[in-house]
Design a protein around this ligand. Structure first.
Ligand code: GUN
Length: 298
């Protein structure tokens, strides 16, 4: 069994980004700039945004966090988004999800300038992704592709089962794995809560991507010998003996499944660190696109 080390791979990628930023700034250019909008006090969201901010600092990006009250109206949030769309020195920004229940997520995401949508959540980018056109790819699926690529895992013609159909991970992952590309060219089954006989389906899988948010959901009896296992879950499980009062558990029952897997991502240290790093990659791409646009308009 080989551990797919997201921490190490992400450090390599960050080093590559740092070198590129250094070149740019040494040539007199400004730093790339990522902004994050966060609404309310969701502890997991606060942790994610803080880690995005920290990662920006590590690679030499400028970073801005805009923290908004839980009670903000949809209209005022949209106004903030328009302000970021118009701000020339911001290359990309994200709206941290989930948003409070009184705000329509899809309506809000539609307001983001697709050229600054480094999360790849705008329907324009999502549609381009589905059509094999250049676009910002959602960071978590993009990170999984990068892990598969850097560990030279072949996916062509492989039975790939995605568990969970969220807009952020499962759905885009299923599209990306079926694209005409490498990684890709897989035979994809997208499963969800209404799937019948899930175990029969996962037992035939060469590659399983678990993204449901249920700790230890995928157990050894559901997995074929030699399968590649990607665990997207980052579940906080209460543990009074832990320093923070909880431990992080994936969607995969790691201890038993690792005995059957050929490759497996750990939690933490697998997909998680890759997600933040791919957001940086998207921001660098947005920065380059903006520069190219400015040069073209001269
Ligand atoms: N909430 C959980 N994952 C993500 C993500 O990748 N981006 C944003 N904006 N919100 C999230």
């Amino acid at each position: 069994m080989t551990l797919l080390d997201g921490k190490k791979t992400s450090a390599t990628l960050k080093e590559e980004i740092t070198q590129e930023v250094l070149q740019l700034t040494q040539n007199g250019n400004r730093k790339p700039h990522l902004a994050a909008l966060i609404v309310g006090d969701n502890p997991a969201s606060k942790t994610y945004v803080a880690s995005k901010d920290r990662a920006c600092g590590q690679v030499g990006f400028h970073s801005t966090i805009i923290a908004l009250e839980e009670s903000i109206s949809e209209q005022d949030l949209i106004r903030e988004i328009h302000r970021l769309n118009d701000q020339k020195d911001i290359d990309g920004f994200i709206v941290q999800l989930p948003l409070p229940p009184h705000i329509d997520e899809q309506k809000v995401l539609l307001e983001i300038d697709p050229d600054k949508d480094v999360d790849g959540f705008h329907p324009m980018n999502f549609g381009k992704m589905a059509l094999d056109l250049p676009s910002f790819l959602p960071a978590t699926p993009y990170g999984i592709l990068e892990l598969l690529k850097r560990y030279n895992i072949q996916t062509e013609g492989k039975n790939t089962v995605v568990i969970g159909r969220s807009h952020i991970v499962g759905r885009p992952m299923s599209i990306l794995m079926s694209r005409k590309s490498n990684p890709g060219n897989a035979t994809v089954t997208l499963t969800h809560r209404h799937t019948k006989n899930l175990k029969e389906i996962t037992q035939k899988a060469d590659l399983i991507i678990a993204a449901i948010g249920s700790p230890g959901f995928l157990t050894a009896d559901m997995v074929k010998e030699g399968a590649v296992i990607i665990d997207v879950g980052i579940n906080r499980v209460i543990d009074k003996s832990a320093k923070r009062g909880y431990v992080l558990k994936g969607d995969v029952d790691f201890e038993t499944v690792k005995e059957k897997a050929s490759f497996i991502t750990p939690v933490p240290g697998g997909v998680g660190p890759m997600t933040v790093t791919m957001l940086l990659k998207n921001t660098l791409l947005a920065y380059k696109n903006h520069r190219q646009k400015a040069a073209d308009s001269l």
